[in-house]
Design a protein. Structure first.
Lengths: 198, 261
């Protein structure tokens, strides 16, 4: 087998998938070649298509192959609610888990000066023009509770306050089924501070 | 080489994702200096270490390994995170960026750790962000061996007087102000306030900021400081932090239109 045979190239290429090391890459390559060439061809076609055609929604910056994503184009959603998330995968998670019916804005990360991620990289100018131009009743921040997430939330909070928009953030607390004793101190402190009436 | 599995006090200066489930951290440890370490599996779901391994959270850590990059073996909180918000938070990022840019690896700097810790606490508790940042910068330069004397004139050793004007030149240090001198001009009072660690008055903040930029510039190189840029973008124009609902202790004073870093 030549050093750069197609088979080796395939195994190498598969390793770009998250969680796939050399061993799994080899297993997947042999599986597709020996047992499921149709599936493999289909994967290759769709993969090539997706990589070239999927871009970002011009309004919320989530992933879509159209100018506007389905959620932004849907006329039945509440225009006065805007949920700000970090990643497109979180839009899907919120859609599946909650009955939220408003719009979204995807930052694509969080403010992290030491990694060179500033307001431009996160499309915060686009978010600000939405804060200014749209009649928003509430902006909901669904951003990770990390130090950088906190900086991002604070930054957006400042901008929203400037435009007189009410701003909220999702609750931080104890996971369902979690036992208090095993929850880390910081989370427990936040959960305690954010307690509410029964 | 530290004995393995011994706990030491530490702060995370910076973290980034590493592999699928791990974190690559830049750590400042008491008695350890600055060093990189991997927290294996810290990004798996329900890993309390992930909540702890963040900047500005005092930690007890133990590490294993002898190479350049260590592996964390224990992580415990050493108290609540230092509550930095808004301007103070950006000040904290700025301190971390300075340390990442200026501090070599595996070079134990014990006094620096203690000073970093107290600088963070002070950022959290009072509004005088600029004085704190300038003091940290001077102290960091001292610890790194780049310290400059600000209380005497370099050429003739004359003591700096509060009511006189001086200039600072990279090659020469503090000089008597003159027409042909390059470099920033500043008052003796500012130089003395910096030397004595006193609170900077309103007019002195700008002078001190320009001076420290000049002193730091050759050590930082051409790459701009990212936290400084973010500060400019956030607070620079439009004074957005001044809306009454969200005023915090660090923004309650009139806004200096320029960044403090």
């Amino acid at each position: 087998m030549g050093e750069r045979s197609l088979l080796n190239q395939l195994i190498d290429a598969l390793r770009c998938l998250p969680g796939v090391g050399p061993k799994s890459a080899q297993r997947i390559a042999f599986y597709l070649l020996e047992r499921d060439r149709d599936g493999g061809s289909r994967l290759a076609r769709i993969m090539a298509d997706a990589m070239t055609r999927i871009g970002r929604c011009s309004r919320c910056r989530t992933l879509t192959e159209s100018e506007l994503c389905e959620l932004c184009a849907n006329p039945n959603r509440d225009d006065a609610l805007l949920c700000v998330v970090e990643q497109p995968s979180e839009v899907v998670a919120i859609e599946q888990a909650t009955d939220y019916r408003g719009r979204y804005f995807v930052l694509g990360g969080r403010l992290s000066p030491l990694d060179g991620i500033g307001p431009d990289e996160l499309g915060l100018a686009a978010l600000e023009s939405r804060l200014r131009d749209e009649r928003l009743r509430e902006v909901i921040l669904a951003i990770s509770p990390t130090v950088e997430g906190g900086a991002t939330a604070h930054f957006i909070g400042d901008r929203a306050a400037r435009h007189g928009v009410k701003i909220t953030r999702i609750a931080h607390g104890v996971p369902l089924g979690g036992e208090l004793e095993y929850v880390d101190g910081g989370t427990l402190a936040l959960a305690f501070a954010g307690r509410r009436d029964l | 080489m530290p004995r393995q599995d011994r706990l030491f006090l530490a702060f995370v200066l910076h973290r980034r994702d590493y592999g699928n489930t791990s974190l690559l951290l830049d750590i400042l440890g008491s008695g350890q200096g600055r060093f990189p370490a991997i927290a294996k599996g810290a990004r798996r779901p329900r890993q309390p270490a992930s909540a702890l391994l963040q900047p500005f959270q005092p930690l007890w850590l133990a590490v294993a390994g002898r190479g350049e990059v260590r592996t964390l073996t224990r992580v415990e909180g050493a108290g609540p995170p230092i509550p930095l918000q808004g301007r103070a938070l950006l000040g904290g990022f700025y301190l971390n960026e300075l340390l990442l840019r200026l501090l070599g690896r595996h070079d134990p700097q014990d006094p620096l750790f203690a000073f970093y810790q107290s600088a963070l606490s002070r950022l959290a508790e009072d509004a005088d962000l600029e004085t704190r940042l300038r003091q940290f910068e001077l102290r960091l330069l001292d610890e790194l061996g780049y310290g400059v004397r600000l209380d005497q004139v370099a050429e003739d050793g004359a003591p700096v007087l509060a009511d006189r004007l001086y200039t600072y030149e990279r090659e020469h240090g503090v000089r008597h102000a003159s027409e042909r001198a390059a470099g920033p001009r500043l008052s003796g009072a500012t130089l003395l306030a910096l030397t004595n660690g006193e609170r900077l008055a309103d007019g002195q903040r700008r002078e001190a900021r320009v001076l420290l930029r000049e002193i730091l510039a050759p050590h930082l190189g051409a790459r701009p400081l990212k936290s400084r840029e973010l500060y400019q973008r956030w607070f620079g124009s439009g004074a957005i932090a001044e809306s009454p609902q969200r005023r915090d202790p660090t923004t309650a004073r009139p806004v200096d239109s320029e960044e403090p870093c």
